[in-house]
Design a binder for this molecule. Structure first.
Ligand code: HEM
Length: 144
């Protein structure tokens, strides 16, 4: 029962995605609250630490392992030319771009140079939710 490689690959892929999504959902929330405190304040410095640790200790490793396990399964199962997989790949590439962009925004906060409003961060917070819904539908239904 526990000697099935495919099931382990999927288990590790799903665990990685849960951690990756947690970071992608929570980082912009931290940015929302970060915009509400004065630059140079103790709270602002604390947000900087929380943002850096969330991205570096959870977000980055989880993104890398999501890719490793996802691509490994695709290789083993010969999914590379399936339309559903190519579509999922495009959406997940978009999610990866979003992750990098959050990293750039974090650096601006770290340098006390954020240029965006609370509303802006509330709005971009919806992006990973939409991509996640599409990615899950594609992988479960494999409609194409
Ligand atoms: C990072 C790049 C990713 C790649 C290359 C990838 C690829 C794959 C592959 C090949 C499978 C196996 C499908 C099967 O055999 O039925 C899979 C499963 C799955 N993926 Fe991804 N994936 C990635 C990211 C994501 C993301 C971001 C999500 C959701 C937010 C996601 C959600 C899932 C789910 C829920 C399954 C399990 C489906 C099942 O057990 O039937 N994946 N993924």
């Amino acid at each position: 029962m526990f000697d099935d490689l495919y099931s382990w690959q999927k288990t590790l892929h799903i665990i990685s995605i849960i951690a990756w999504m947690a970071a992608l959902f929570y980082l912009p929330r931290l940015y929302v609250y970060h915009t509400m405190v004065p630059v140079g304040s103790d709270q602002s410095e604390l947000f900087k630490v929380m943002e850096r640790k969330l991205l570096r200790m959870i977000g980055n490793p989880a993104m890398i392992s999501s890719w490793i396990f996802g691509l490994w399964i695709a290789w083993d199962m010969d999914y590379y030319f399936d339309v559903w997989f190519i579509l999922k790949f495009i959406f997940v590439a978009l999610l990866t771009w979003y992750h990098m962009w959050l990293g750039k925004l974090r650096k601006a906060f770290a340098a006390d140079a954020n240029e965006h409003s609370e509303r802006f961060y509330r709005m971009i917070n919806e992006i990973p939710t939409l991509i996640m819904i599409v990615a899950v539908i594609l992988v479960i239904f494999k409609p194409f």
